[in-house]
Design a protein around this ligand. Structure first.
Ligand SMILES: [Zn+2]
Length: 124
């Protein structure tokens, strides 16, 4: 028996997510591949940029529209999403930390003046 940390619901021992609230049980994910939501892009273009950036750095990325049943042919299918173009960007749990660092580095780069010919990555 496993008690959900979020809602207190009782789940089976081998449950991956809470059957009631969807909470992900982290303690069993040590060596289990899992997609983690890294960031929500405001449109597909932004999502593609992030995806390419991460893939260039060897991070496996999955992009997915939030919300079930969304379809391009019915733009009003999910009005809660607001602008119809949002994309969720998922990375593997193992890559989450690295992906966050890559994104942060990219963001701080964009604030500078675009003259970034020197890529001095700190080697470990
Ligand atoms: Zn729960």
């Amino acid at each position: 028996m496993k008690i959900c940390q979020r809602c207190g619901c009782e789940n089976d021992d081998d449950a991956v997510v809470c059957k009631k609230c969807g909470f992900e049980f982290a303690d069993i994910s040590e060596d289990t591949f899992k997609w983690i939501l890294l960031k929500t892009a405001s449109n597909e273009f932004e999502g593609d940029i992030i995806k390419n950036l991460l893939e260039e750095n060897g991070v496996v990325v999955m992009m997915k529209r939030p919300g079930p049943g969304y379809s391009l042919s019915s733009p009003f299918a999910n009005p809660l999403l607001g602008s119809a173009g949002q994309w969720n960007i998922f990375v593997a749990n193992d890559d989450l930390e690295r992906a966050s660092e890559i994104l942060e580095a990219q963001l701080s780069e964009e604030e500078e003046d675009g003259t970034n010919e020197d890529d001095d990555e700190g080697d470990k």
